[in-house]
Design a protein around this ligand. Sequence first.
Ligand SMILES: [Zn+2]
Length: 479
Amino acid sequence: MRPISLYNTLTRSVDPVVPLVPGVISLYTCGPTVYNFAHIGNLKTYLFQDLLKRTFLAGGYQVRHCMNITDVEDKIIRDSQADLSPDAGNPERFAAMKALTDRYTAFFLEDLAALGILPPTYTPKATEHIPDMIRMVQELESKGLAYSRDGSVYYRIAGLPQYGRLARLDRDGMKQGVSVDADDYERDSMQDFVLWKAAKPGEPWWDSPWGHGRPGWHIECSAMGISLLGERIDIHSGGVDLIFPHHENEIAQSEGCLGHPWVNSWVHGEFLLVNGEKMSKSLGNFYTLRDLQAKGYDPRAFRFTIQSNHYRKVLNFSFDGLKAAEQALKRIRLFRKRMEGEGLPGHGEWKASIDPLERVQTAREAFWTALGDDLNTPEALAALFTAITDLNAQDDRVALTRAERDAVLAFLIETDAVFACWPHEEVETDTAVAALIERRKAAKAARDWAEADKVRDRLKEMGIVLEDRKDGTVTWRKA
Ligand SMILES: [Zn+2]
């Protein structure tokens, strides 16, 4: 297994990752709150986590990956309940919440597929783990780390000596006995945070020892992480905005219950800016993946834009940058095609000739050394691009043999296992067609005939003819 080091927010240093179970990495990544489309800043985080996971897989490890779906939360309730009458019953409130979250979960999974993000081993929904959350809150109460008030339950942060360690908070700033109900708040209001929220009128609720209510956002991840990955986890990851309060609170809840350290490495990805500014709807610089697709950009070019940048550096997204990524990708894809084909004969000797096999081996070592050093993608890609320059020049003068071309191809396939941006082209068509067929199936199931027709037209443009079989399956062929 290849050694891999990551910057650990807990220690503030790049440390080698030594899995708890040899050869197996347990990875928890905070998933989306499904009340809207993911924006490109959210997607930056999921893309860096996919690269992290693929680097371990390529290094010979198994990865047990859990990514939660937050399907009960303040904003979900706000948006899903708005049109209901004040005297709607709880089943009706649940149905409205589920309709909204199912819809955006499906869109989210479509985005992940379009970006080539590998599906997690587990994708639990918060609403499927309410009993686990209630049990944890009870455990914290029994240990004196939580107290209830007016049907809500709060974490007593003064009770946990390590509270504030991850975010390096000054414990003197702790507001003892003051509690906060919102799930998200600023560093300077370090307070007792909410674990269980009493239901207000017009909100969906579960029964609990404290009356009708629902879980706070932070307890959701602790409960799902422990129940699916166990009491000790190798890596927990999210965007830097989650360090405080979300991850600090996850540690407090989990370690408060377990009585021992929970996560070995905390790994955080930096922000994305658009043209140097924070993305916001009011500035008109707010984009989803669908916005980029509608402008005709390949989702894989967006993936490449994100991955060419080191995950711990702020990425300044621009359409010029996206176009440059498209060009860089085109270079690798054309090179792959060239290596898949045969060299042109008759170019003869070249006094600057290199040994292609040696050249590939040098690039391979540099590539994996860079990725193993805190996922240094800019350096890994530099190793790949200089090899492409050298090998193209060589192939211009002295055509590479079939065996040499195959060695180069093996390296390209190996590197694509991490970047997922330069596949063999026919494979790409197959995946795109399969995704569109699925989308059409979903549209038909939802009786959205206009959407189903639109997808069929899109396939027609791609030169694909669909054949609906009597048994309900769909086959396709090139026209
Ligand atoms: Zn989380």
